[in-house]
Design a protein around this ligand. Structure first.
Ligand code: CA
Ligand code: CA
Length: 739
């Protein structure tokens, strides 16, 4: 909204001026203990000043500090304030003062600042440059206590020490040398006498109406501390099926890992006018996500909630009137907002759509340290893991495991480039979340789960070996080592007849004077028992089907992918038939012979179902562009053990990285790369649901997924049954593959 505001809203100032006054008084109705003690009359225009480049100068706003700070009767203006613009980088301050001292416990700010208060014994209005005159406020940030400056869109609940009586606040922005904008910016400020902590970011959020990954990502934005503007959570782009009402509410539920003490909520950028707040009263052994209607008890009803648009910082306080103890609160939005501003015309879809930029859950600290508002980090993490595991099971419908490799060094190892990699795993059935399977950092390549899901086969580029380890990290064992073999050919298959699991590996065999490329397979528990699978030509990205009779991969074009001829291998050692150029081949691990190659955009796959003679048949297209949060290319697509599920990583935004450039992907861009699981539609023409497996700040690559077959379900023979449902699918225009 910020960018939009400056460009587009200029013309709306006059209109807005008519609307602005009312909001403050409406909002005050439910404020209770959250009501600001600051009156308009108490504000001291003379103290409103900035400090930059070693000098204090007045703030150039005709209406003075009320432009940016809420009082009992006035709201902040829509555009906020800028302060301390200068060519020089470094510290700049802004000060707001008042005539009569006030007890200030909490300062709510949206703006790129730190907050401090003038000490009671310092001379008013305070020397901004003298640190000794100011008391720093602190805040909760990422499970810790911090004084860090926030980003401009972040709404922070700053807390001062108990019994802070003061006449001025100082707001400090530190501009870095490379910043385009050196000035500090504040959208709005509210000060409160009570000391408060916002514990909402420690909760898991569940929102009604939709339960796909896009909706989960949107719900998480309700507690990300960001105002979120037009990217705020909503109950759907067109809203719900019915007009939002007490009978058809839209709900947002915050769940903590244990009971918490709460005094109220604050809804920012609220696209609803009325709401009820319920607390969770269910049995201790029932998780609030499985609550029955009788488990919820009404705390209070709130009306007159405002969207405050185009104001960029608007509170809607909801004081419960008492502290409550609960593991979860539910906000039931019962009426859409009014579309007062022309920019909001049609946004509520005739009352069916509501939105919410940020929900704060406020705990009164009284004299306690803010540290007491932090829940045990392990409990918060366990709740997040539980939520993620439930989301994955929602998509796969069964216990699910994933393995992948993750960056553990400075270089992003999208292609396993360096020995700075962790071998990672996730199991929906334990609460361990993302964990390193092996304790050390190594040079791991292409991990794959065995068909029973119990072990992980992986290559190690440090010694060119292929190894197996139990999913729990025990029992690491060498299968085979070869100094030059192509590690992309590692594959696993369990013989449906004998039950023997085979591990496939590239071996350069010395035959007379010649080094011959071969692929051999080794019994996983008796690697001394092994046999030749292929020696007719170099191959790459070998991917074996369910019974080991076929594989897909690259052959004859340099071996390792890169726009090589891709096709079908008939095994053992019979023929290769090319189907397409492309890259990242994968083969369904059932008996269907369904295989794919990636297209040039890295956003679609060409799917082939060749017959037993290798005739490719019609090519169909399946697109992955509906992956939630996708902004560019995808990598590492691989079929899971179950024909309906695949794994891949994304996204690699074109502005962050191009495979054609020599430059490696930056650690910042790699941090956005996560592992996803997709579920194919029955006709394999689309992916009907996605779920994210990882959520971290490191690059995650080469995933493999295992979905537990249902009792009686034979995923290796599933192909024939699924074939009946498969129809050629006409799809997107796609390019031939590249890398
Ligand atoms: Ca938000
Ligand atoms: Ca990641």
């Amino acid at each position: 909204m910020r960018v939009l505001s400056f460009r587009v809203l200029f013309a709306c100032i006059l209109l807005f001026a008519m609307l602005a006054g009312a909001g403050a008084q409406d909002a005050a109705k439910s404020a209770g203990v959250f009501e600001t003690p600051l009156t308009l009359e108490n504000l001291d225009a003379a103290a409103f000043a900035a400090w930059v480049d070693g000098a204090e100068k007045p703030m150039d706003y005709k209406d003075g500090p009320r432009h940016v700070i809420w009082t009992k009767t006035t709201a902040c203006e829509w555009d906020g304030v800028s302060f301390g613009d200068s060519e020089k980088s470094g510290i700049r301050h802004m000060r707001i003062g008042w005539k009569t001292p006030l007890t200030v416990g909490t300062v709510l700010v949206r703006g790129s600042v730190q907050v401090s208060a003038l000490k009671a014994d310092a001379a008013y209005p305070g020397n901004m440059a003298n640190e000794g005159e100011w008391i720093s406020a602190v805040r909760l940030k990422g499970g810790d206590v911090s004084k860090d400056e926030a980003a401009p869109e972040i709404c922070v609940v700053w807390v001062l020490p108990p019994n802070t009586v003061t006449r001025a606040l100082r707001f400090t922005h530190s501009a870095a040398a490379g910043d385009k904008r050196r000035a500090g910016w504040i959208a709005g400020i509210s000060l409160i006498s009570e000391r408060l902590a916002n514990i909402a970011p420690q909760a898991i959020v569940i929102a009604s109406a939709r339960n796909d990954e896009t909706a989960r990502m949107a719900a998480a934005r309700i507690v990300n501390e960001s105002y979120d503007s037009w990217a705020a959570w909503d109950n759907g782009p067109d809203g719900g099926a019915k007009v939002v009402s007490p009978e058809n509410p839209a709900t947002v539920t915050l769940i903590w890992p244990q009971a918490v003490k709460l005094r109220g909520l604050n809804a920012l950028w609220a696209g609803f006018a009325s709401a009820e707040v319920d607390l969770y009263k269910g049995a201790p052994d029932r998780h609030p996500s499985e609550a029955k209607e009788a488990d919820w008890q009404l705390v209070k009803t709130f009306d007159g909630i405002e969207n405050h648009y185009p104001r960029q910082f608007g509170n809607n306080w909801m004081d419960f009137g008492q502290d409550i103890n609960t593991r979860a609160v539910r906000l039931r939005m019962t009426k859409a907002t009014h579309e007062g501003h022309p920019h909001l015309g049609g946004k509520t879809k005739d009352g069916k759509r509501v939105w919410l930029g940020e929900l704060m859950a406020l705990q009164m600290l009284a004299d306690q340290d803010i540290q007491t508002a932090l829940l045990p980090a392990a409990a918060v993490r366990r709740e997040a893991v539980r939520f993620r595991a439930a989301a994955i099971r929602e998509v796969t419908g069964a216990p699910t495991k994933a393995v992948w490799i993750q960056d553990a060094g400075e270089t992003a190892c999208v292609f396993s480039e360096k020995p700075t990699i962790r071998l990672m795993g996730f199991d929906t059935e334990d609460l361990l979340g993302e964990r390193a399977i092996l304790p050390g950092i190594g040079w791991y390549v292409k991990p794959q789960l065995t068909p029973d899901g119990k072990r992980v086969v992986f290559a190690d580029a440090a010694d060119h070996s292929v190894n197996v380890v139990n999913f729990d990290g025990t029992g690491r064992r060498l299968i085979v080592k070869d100094d030059v073999g192509d590690l992309s050919n590692t594959a696993v298959c369990t013989d449906p007849g004998s039950g023997v699991t085979w591990v496939y590996a590239s071996i350069m065999e010395k035959r007379g004077d010649q080094q011959v490329f071969t692929i051999r397979r080794y019994q996983i528990d008796h690697p001394e028992v092994n046999e030749l699978v292929w020696d007719k030509a170099p191959a790459g990205h070998f991917s074996v089907n369910g019974d080991g009779r076929f594989a897909s991969g690259a052959c004859g074009g340099g071996g390792s992918g890169g726009n090589s001829p891709q096709g079908l291998f008939s095994l053992p050692n019979q023929w290769f038939k090319m189907m397409s150029n492309g890259c990242w081949p994968s083969m369904s691990r059932d008996a269907s012979r369904r295989c794919w190659v990636f297209d040039g955009r890295h956003q679609n796959v060409f799917i082939f179902v060749p017959d037993e003679l290798g005739n490719a048949g019609p090519r169909t297209v399946c697109t992955f562009v509906n992956l939630p949060g996708i902004f560019g290319e995808l990598y590492h697509p691989r079929w899971s053990n179950h024909p309906r599920f695949l794994a891949l990583t994304g996204s690699y935004r074109p502005q962050d990285w191009k495979w054609t450039s020599d430059a490696k992907i930056s650690p910042e861009a790699a941090a956005k790369v996560e592992v996803y699981i997709g579920r194919f539609a029955p006709d394999f023409g689309s992916v009907e649901d996605w779920v994210k497996v990882t959520d971290n700040q490191r690059g995650d690559y080469f995933p493999d997924v295992w979905v537990q077959p249902k009792p009686g379900e034979n995923v290796k023979a599933a192909g024939s049954a699924l074939d009946a449902a498969a129809k050629p699918h006409s799809g997107t225009q796609v390019n031939e593959g590249k890398h």
